[in-house]
Design a binder for this molecule. Structure first.
Ligand code: G6D
Length: 350
């Protein structure tokens, strides 16, 4: 079990450091202090071939200029905030409009675009990196100075545990997630259409034309969103369901989880035999099938295209600040924010 730090680049004369976590079974996770971005995860297939299972870039620069949030921690608020404004304690806050008339994924200088402090963690049973950042009062239009800590730990059970902790000196909003795109085929040999996804979720959120929740919480029964028994991605999205068509012929939807720490999300690729099991204490997960992945990016030597990766962004329900019946993501002053999501890498039993 070891952590290998390596200087990768510089930004504003500050070093961008990559950290490679390696456990005793050969699982490797590479991340960096810019955006807490996960750039690579190496895991075995059913034949013991160790290959990369996430989307990313071979060079640092595309992460600065042209990344669809590959591998990044998203904040202060993941998802969209309608009209790029919200009211809190009787005051109106105006955020940057970085997607048409709305605010997406924490804005232009969201947590994916800041340099975090990093501290290596080495324990007998787990190793990793603790990233920390203090977002100053008013950053991207949000109230409160918020101190955030994100810890990645890799253990001997082939689990990556991401834990988030934060506190603010004023009432504010906080809804953190990780935006890694997974592709279990290995070295991006294929797209994710033949991956199978199982989610213990009876309900999902309806989206409007701007991909913002309408407030309606819909039953998955008899829809392509019923993933309770597992479903091939292509069988779910190659349908004419209005919500599937709305987001560009795919999923880009928040699912409300029925349960926690109960293998509530399982992604698998039958051809490689790789599995990814996700457990979380978060209320929901946004499933995004890379519907808007454009051509023109080099993803570890593979030209970018639609459906090349799938995001499973465990988080609060998007735009909750405008939907009182959604669980709130208001962080009260001096209240402790904490959240944990566990990713377990495995192979199908032959
Ligand atoms: C698109 O609508 C999707 C988002 O959910 C995703 O996070 C982003 O692309 C990368 O805007």
């Amino acid at each position: 079990m070891k952590v290998i730090p390596e200087k990768w680049a510089e930004i504003n004369q500050q070093p961008v450091i990559s950290f490679t976590l390696i456990n005793d079974h050969g699982i490797e996770i590479t991340c960096m202090n810019y955006g807490c971005i996960i750039t690579k995860i190496i895991a075995p297939d059913k034949n013991g071939n160790y290959e990369n299972i996430v989307l990313g870039f071979n060079r640092f620069e595309p992460y600065l200029t042209n990344s669809p949030y590959f591998g990044a921690v998203i904040g202060r608020v993941a998802g969209r905030i309608q009209g790029a404004s919200f009211e809190l304690d009787g005051k109106i806050y105006r955020l940057c409009k970085n997607e048409n008339n709305n605010h997406l994924h924490g804005g232009i200088k969201g947590f994916h675009h800041v340099l975090w402090d990093a501290e290596i963690v080495e324990k007998d049973e787990e190793i990793g990196v603790r990233f920390s950042y203090t977002s100053p009062d008013g950053e991207e239009g949000y109230p409160g100075a918020v101190h955030v800590q994100v810890t990645y730990l890799l253990n001997k059970e082939n689990e990556l545990i991401i834990s988030y902790h934060a506190h603010s000196d004023k009432n504010t909003l906080l809804n953190l997630t990780n935006h890694t795109y997974f592709n279990l085929s290995g070295n991006i040999k294929r797209d994710i259409l033949d991956h199978e996804l199982k989610i213990k979720s009876d309900r999902f959120l309806e989206l409007d034309q701007e991909l913002i929740p309408t407030g309606a919480i819909l039953d998955v029964t008899n829809t392509p969103f019923d993933l309770r028994q597992g479903k091939k991605i292509k069988d779910g999205i190659m349908t004419n369901h209005s919500q599937i068509e709305l987001v560009g012929q795919g999923y880009d939807h928040p699912f409300v989880l029925n349960t926690h720490h109960d293998e509530e999300i399982v992604l698998q690729d039958p051809e490689s035999g790789r599995t990814l099991t996700i457990e979380t204490d978060e209320v929901g997960v946004v499933v995004y099938t890379g519907n808007q992945l454009q051509s023109g990016m080099d993803i570890y030597g593979v030209p970018s295209r639609k459906y090349l990766g799938i995001c499973l962004e465990t988080q609060g329900l998007p735009d909750a600040v405008h939907h009182p019946h959604f669980p709130s993501y208001v962080l009260q002053a001096n209240q402790n924010y904490s959240s944990v999501t566990k990713y377990k890498f495995g192979v199908l039993k032959s």
